[in-house]
Design a protein around this ligand. Structure first.
Ligand code: ME8
Length: 533
């Protein structure tokens, strides 16, 4: 990817340029999910990924705003409510409550949760629709075309594949309605120019190329109202129509910030969004319809639309009809939230798909978390308690493999930061694992359990223990956005629970670990999961 990477020095300059209370901002969003059903680990992936990025930015000193929410209107929801014998509002209220409790369980710390049934959202959609109509970008015409309700998407006859939806393969319905249309075609050239001039606008590059081809084939005006059902926001000047659910939904990214209202301080502060993180299935809506809506409204475009791959299960994409949906609650209950977050974020390579397999999750827990990460601390604290009275002493002059271990650890924060900037979270985690693996090997090389027995080697023993624990402090800080429960369990063991200044990104300079602290070995951080042979 071609994202410009800001060096630590530049970043430092950026941060110091702003006075206190004027930190640089960062705005990241997830899609707002349909409350037509319970969420599965695919949705959990997107939300945890955005949460990890927002937390990382906060760690670095940014004022990060992280938005998620629910997309509650449309025919699909109306039908789901009917099928459950409920009024739509009652139905979505119940499901949205399950979204919020899942995010709490996954320790997702959003700044705001927007619902398209919120009054604050509705006024912004009404206003935008009215404005587009007043300026002639929305007009009325007869519509005949095909509609896929599960995808809430219109298709022309020629776009269908075997008379079905080209995206999901399900049957489409013929619609004949008087509708309002939005002049997408009028803005196609401007959008293409924008995409060409901003190589980072759509990521990864494969999606970018796909979008360029899609736009070059010619954009047709978009049908933006419906009359055959009523669960939506009424068109302000013609209330027999409701606003097309994607126009309604996309507007969440600015309605949550109070765009166009008196309380628009957040809009002025955080817009344009730094990243709209979405699954690859909905890049088209975010990279074509959304920017054109914004252009027509005279609003700056988001900086990046990042499409991630799918988490696949046996038989392809998770879907209720295939009966292969993985429920995150079950996994959290069984393996704990840090392990589930780690697995999700470690498993999907940037831009590509990944396979969910419970065996792989258990494998990651046993090898990465129990063996590498957990044991490193346990082994070091064991020798520190047995031979050093549990006190961390100041290190002596570096020798042998020390310099290499220190250099690798010192360069890691910047590497991780760059990966996070590029939304390469699996790569960011593997960068954290390099000093972890090196430190495990370092313990084998230096064998502090032998040094500890020899009074003449006390100095070397102190150095080795100090170095590994300082590596552990770096690693714990860097993992905190990914596994927010992890540091809480580590700091007391390292004896620095009451020293928040040592948990900050800015403290990641080698040698800050305070000599003289007393460590306290606790229960293993990640017990091995025994699997039947
Ligand atoms: O599309 N792997 O909502 P939705 C990875 N309401 N991510 C997955 C996934 C999988 N198997 N399955 C789903 C909508 N996702 C609209 C969005 S935004 C203005 C409106 C994630 O409930 C992925 O991020 O169908 C995808 O984009 C999103 O869930 C779709 O959620």
């Amino acid at each position: 990817m071609t994202t410009k990477v800001i060096s630590r020095r530049e970043r430092g300059r950026n941060l110091t340029r702003f006075g206190k209370g004027e930190r640089p901002t960062f705005y990241i969003t997830t899609p707002i999910y349909y409350p037509s059903d319970r969420l599965h680990i695919g949705h959990a992936y997107t939300t945890v990924a955005a949460d990890a990025v927002a937390r990382f930015k906060r760690l670095e000193g940014y004022d990060a705003f992280f938005l998620t929410g629910a997309d509650e209107h449309g025919q699909k929801i109306e039908r789901a409510a009917q099928a459950h014998g409920k009024a739509p509002q009652e139905y979505v209220d119940e499901i949205v409550a399950t979204f919020k409790s899942l995010w709490a369980e996954l320790r997702v710390e959003y700044s705001d949760f927007i619902r398209t049934t919120d009054a604050r959202h509705r006024v912004v959609v009404e206003q935008a629709f009215q404005r587009l109509y007043d300026q002639g970008d929305i007009y009325k015409a007869a519509y005949e075309g095909w509609y896929c309700t599960p995808c809430e998407t219109f298709w022309t006859e020629r776009q269908l594949v075997e008379k079905s939806c080209p995206d999901c393969g399900r049957p489409v319905e013929l619609l004949r309605e008087e509708s309002y249309f939005f002049r997408l075609s009028k803005y196609a050239d401007r959008l293409l120019k924008h995409i060409e001039e901003h190589p980072d606008f759509i990521q990864p590059v494969s999606r970018r190329n796909e979008m360029i081809n899609f736009i070059r084939q010619g954009l047709e005006d978009l049908c933006v109202s419906r009359t055959t059902f009523s669960w939506g926001i009424p068109v302000p000047f013609d209330p027999r129509h409701v606003v097309y659910v994607w126009v309604d939904a996309l507007t969440n990214y600015i309605s949550a910030l109070g765009y166009g209202t008196e309380g628009d301080a957040s809009f002025r502060r955080y817009w344009p969004a730094d990243v709209h993180l979405v699954g690859k299935d909905i890049v088209r809506f975010h990279a074509v319809i959304w920017p054109i809506l914004l252009m027509a409204l005279g609003i700056e475009l988001p900086k990046r639309v990042v499409g991630h791959g799918w988490l696949l299960v046996d038989g392809g994409k998770m879907s209720k009809s295939k009966g292969n949906v993985i429920d995150p609650h079950v996994l959290i209950e069984k393996y704990g939230v840090d392990a589930v977050r780690y697995y999700l974020l470690r498993e999907l390579p940037a831009g590509g798909d990944g396979y969910y397999l419970e065996e792989n999750l258990v494998g990651r827990i046993n090898s990465d978390l129990a063996n590498d990460l957990g044991n490193l601390l346990h082994r070091t604290l064991t020798v520190c308690e047995r031979f050093g009275g549990g006190v961390v002493n100041a290190p002596g002059a570096p020798e042998g493999p020390d310099e290499e271990l220190i250099a690798l650890t010192e360069e890691t924060p910047e590497k991780v930061s760059q990966h996070v900037d590029r939304l390469e979270l699996a790569e960011a985690l593997s960068a954290v694992w390099r000093p972890i693996s090196r430190a495990n090997k370092y313990l084998d090389e230096t064998a502090p359990w032998n040094l500890g027995k020899d009074p003449e080697k006390r100095g070397r023993f102190n150095t080795v223990v100090y170095n590994v624990l300082e590596v552990y402090r770096f690693v714990t800080v860097l993992l905190s956005p990914f596994m927010p429960g992890f540091p809480e369990r580590v700091w007391p063991q390292l004896g620095i629970a009451g020293r928040p200044e040592l948990h900050a990104f800015a403290s990641l300079r080698w040698g800050r670990f305070p000599a003289g602290v007393e460590v306290r070995r606790g229960a293993p951080l990640f017990p091995r999961i025994e699997t039947p042979k």
